[in-house]
Design a protein around this ligand. Structure first.
Ligand code: PMP
Length: 369
């Protein structure tokens, strides 16, 4: 290990995901079901708005909190959703990831514990550790539901934050209103901060999306345009929550990210006017296609949202199964990247139908080999 590398940088590793990418790089024309972003492109109007912004000289820093029109538009939306939350403020972050990092930096002291479900989005444990906190993953197998009793059992006097993610990456599981309400009330009763990562909010197929902010006015909501408008490379997110906390996060943003890229923010402003219903209907159809194609041969929970399925591998090790799949040209992600268990794997259905059909066919063969 290089002597200059900090304990912080050493406190987590990314070798699991790198190993998959290394294996993938060797494949010529893989059946790629590993992608964590939509397979549609940024809407044309959004591209045009960003081009116009660049051409008309909107290339400088924006205010730390975001360009006025976008922040105001987001504030109106948020206040319409939460009319009783008089203390709720909004700012534009550098992606959802930027918002998540700032939320942890703003709240987590060394030794503080942050609870989230296992399986989890890969970044969560690393983010907590970067801030000197202690990740507390709560095992949610086999149904991956947001179970308030399991969360309550993980609370200690050190618990600072409960971090929820519905629809979830990597399982696609969505929380019901009752589940969200129970967790939101638990956090409020215990004086624990509640952070809600709502990046897949629009990808909700069977019911209505429910935010814990509906039941707990102190909830910190982190969201962004990456998935909803296929803008992962543009780095525009937004955060809303109690104004004092937003100010603390803005102070940290000022001295780190500075702002979200200004031309991309003008694009995001236009994105607010673009309807996503066509894509969403398409993704629901893709969800059904893949679930129906695999559920008789794999143990798999039907995802209510996002664009992932998290089936159980037919052999003991998910990682060994994924290596076998990759050797046959199918790119999927081993579950142990998102979990302390190594029994499952992640499929993304954000892919063309032809790729999905090829993937289903190969996975059906692999299930019985
Ligand atoms: N949260 C979750 C659950 C995600 O899956 C992702 C992206 N994979 C992010 C946050 C980060 O999104 P962004 O591109 O907005 O930083």
């Amino acid at each position: 290990m290089h002597p200059w590398i900090s304990q912080r940088a050493n406190s987590f590793d990314s070798s699991g995901i790198r190993r998959v990418f290394d294996l993938a790089a060797k494949l010529k024309d893989p059946i790629n079901l590993s992608i964590g972003q939509p397979d549609f492109d940024v809407p044309d109007e959004v591209k045009q708005a960003a081009i116009e912004a660049i051409e008309t000289g909107k290339n400088a820093y924006s205010p730390t909190q975001g360009i006025g029109p976008l922040r105001e538009a987001m504030r109106s939306k948020v206040l319409a959703d939460y009319p009783t939350h008089t203390d709720r403020d909004v700012f534009i972050s550098s992606g959802t990831s930027g918002g998540l990092l700032l939320s942890m930096l703003a709240m987590v002291n060394p030794g503080d514990e942050v609870i989230f479900l296992d399986p989890f989005f890969v970044m969560y444990p690393a983010l907590v550790q970067m801030c000197g906190g202690v990740p507390v993953p709560v095992d949610s197998y086999p149904d991956f539901r947001l179970n308030v009793a399991k969360i309550e059992a993980a609370i200690t006097e050190k618990t600072k934050v409960i971090l929820v993610n519905s629809p979830a990456n990597p399982t696609g599981v969505t929380a019901t209103a009752d589940e969200m309400k129970a967790v939101a009330q638990l956090a409020a009763d215990r004086g624990i901060a509640l952070v809600s990562d709502e990046i897949y909010r629009h990808f909700f197929y069977d019911d209505q999306f429910v935010s814990p902010a509906q039941f707990n006015d102190q909830t910190i909501v982190i969201d962004g345009f990456s998935k909803s408008h296929a803008m992962t490379g543009w780095r525009v997110g937004f955060v809303h929550g109690p104004s004092e906390l937003m100010n603390a996060m803005l102070k940290l943003q000022q001295y780190s990210f500075v702002c979200a890229p200004q031309p991309a923010q003008w694009g995001a402003l236009r994105a607010l006017e673009v309807s996503l219903s066509g894509h969403l209907a398409d993704y629901q159809r893709k969800r059904d296609l893949v679930y129906d194609g695999l559920s008789d041969v794999y143990e798999v929970v039907k995802p209510g949202g996002a664009f992932y399925l998290f089936p159980k591998a037919p052999i003991a090790s998910g990682a060994a199964f994924v290596e076998k799949a990759i050797s046959r040209g199918l790119l999927i992600i081993p579950g142990n990247i998102f979990s302390h268990r190594d029994s499952h794997f992640r499929i993304s259905f954000a892919a063309p139908d032809e790729t999905l059909h090829q993937g289903i066919e190969l996975l059906r063969t692999l299930a019985t080999e």
